[in-house]
Design a protein around this ligand. Structure first.
Ligand SMILES: O=C(O)CCC(=O)C(=O)O
Ligand SMILES: [Fe+2]
Length: 166
């Protein structure tokens, strides 16, 4: 990703190397009233990259694009890679975190496992100079701690609040 903007890979790698990882296992029981409930509310992940596996190959992950929800339809056993808010800010918006949610299946249970990579807890996150073209900084700085603790399941609101007016 750093190479995509002509930067040294170390500029991004250095931020996540040897830092904590988190893993979440999600279990979604089947629900006949699948159109009236939600498995996991719309949100973006907070960290760098998320590696996500639909453990028992039941689809349920959806992403929002141009105001509409779409199934991801992942290949069986494939790992889905999502971009998180930290990476969006570091990359000055070159890579955008994806708003996603999980829906439930009417008669199949669903399992997913997500591996998150986090930044150093005392890091102040702001766009890396390598990603700032023409001096245009698109995001306010925020401590990683504050970003983490303002995390809520509220769609893309968190990083939209950090975007600077153009
Ligand atoms: O179950 C899924 O496919 C999504 C899980 C997820 O978004 C998460 O754990 O952050
Ligand atoms: Fe997520």
């Amino acid at each position: 990703m750093a190479k995509a903007v002509g930067a040294e890979p170390e500029s991004l790698l250095g931020i996540f190397r040897d830092e904590p990882r988190g893993m979440r296992m999600n279990y979604y029981p089947p629900c006949q009233q699948f159109d009236k409930v939600i498995g996991l509310s719309p949100h973006t992940d907070v960290g760098g990259l998320t590696l996500l596996l639909q453990v028992n190959d039941v689809q349920g992950l959806q992403i929002k694009m141009v105001g509409k929800w779409f199934y991801v339809n992942a290949i069986n056993g494939a790992i889905i890679v999502n971009i998180g808010d930290t990476l969006e800010i570091l990359s000055n918006g070159k890579f955008r975190s994806v708003e996603h949610r999980a829906v439930v299946h009417p008669n199949k249970e669903r399992l997913s496992a997500a591996l998150f990579n986090y930044a150093r807890e005392n890091l102040v996150i702001s766009p890396l100079p390598e990603f700032v073209k023409d001096g245009k900084v698109n995001y306010r700085s925020i401590s990683y701690r504050d970003l983490l603790f303002t995390s809520q399941l509220d769609g893309r609101n968190r990083q939209e609040r950090l975007r600077l007016e153009q």
